[in-house]
Design a protein around this ligand. Structure first.
Ligand SMILES: *Cc1c(COP(=O)(O)O)cnc(C)c1O
Length: 234
């Protein structure tokens, strides 16, 4: 256990220093970038090791898994973001356990978040997930439907749109990958300039274990890291 503890801690420190390097290389303030620990399939104990090493943001993919692990997390100083595909009938179960839902990609889901948030007397911060690579296998709104969805969300007072999230295609070619990050950054900047009611653009969640330095170069403010912190998933 001590060995594993030091392994997670070492990884947290390594990723943090690579984030700092990437930020500096891009002329950005490292404090603008948050490191999220993506917890799927990891035991509560390993997640708590990451928290002990200074992680303050957890990413959860599945409602059921979150409910099972939630009470065991040492989460007093932690934010928890929901990052997976979310069925509307699961919103009620997670609404009071997460501090942001990053995977809003359709009006019906947003309406359910709006309803549940109001019932809890809160306003839920959300990101809109964009299917930037137009992949059939992935969630997310298609780029051409993004403006329309944002307009609809701006009328829902139970949630507050704070930015965008994306999982670009897992391509080897870094030029192609950069193209996706660059397109996301453009959308982020263009929407910010429109100053829509109830829509702010301060969070751009993109970059995972294999590509976060590149994402940081293109304006990411949250990098979502699983394997680089915890090792390969079982
Ligand atoms: C699993 C997952 C990640 C982390 O992926 P790694 O390659 O393990 O870093 C990030 N974002 C989402 C939405 C995920 O499902």
């Amino acid at each position: 256990m001590t060995e594993r503890l030091s392994e997670v801690r070492r990884n947290v420190e390594m990723v943090r220093s690579r984030i700092q390097e990437a930020a500096s290389a891009a002329g950005r303030d490292p404090a603008e970038i948050r490191m999220m620990a993506v917890t799927k399939t990891q035991s509560v104990q390993r997640v708590n090791e990451a928290i002990a090493a200074g992680v303050t943001l957890l990413g959860e993919n599945r409602a059921q898994e979150l409910l099972e692990k939630y009470d065991g997390y040492h989460r007093e100083a932690c934010d928890i973001h929901f990052i997976g595909h979310l069925q509307s009938n699961k919103v009620r179960a997670v609404i009071d356990k997460v501090t942001m839902i990053e995977s809003v990609d359709r009006l019906s889901l947003a309406q359910e978040i709006d309803r549940c948030a109001k019932a809890h007397g809160l306003v839920m911060p959300v990101l809109v997930e964009v299917n930037i690579g137009r992949e059939e296998s992935k969630s997310g709104v298609l780029p051409e439907n993004l403006s329309g969805l944002l307009e609809e969300l701006s009328g829902l007072p139970g949630l507050s749109v704070q930015g965008l999230m994306a999982i670009p295609p897992n391509v080897e070619d870094s030029v192609q990958k950069e193209g996706y990050f660059e397109q996301m950054y453009r959308h982020f900047i263009d929407i910010k300039a429109k100053k829509l009611d109830n829509i702010s653009m301060t969070v751009l969640s993109m970059g995972m274990s294999h590509d976060y330095p590149l994402a940081i170069r293109h304006g990411s403010t949250i990098v979502r890291i699983g394997r680089a912190l915890f090792g390969e998933r079982m």
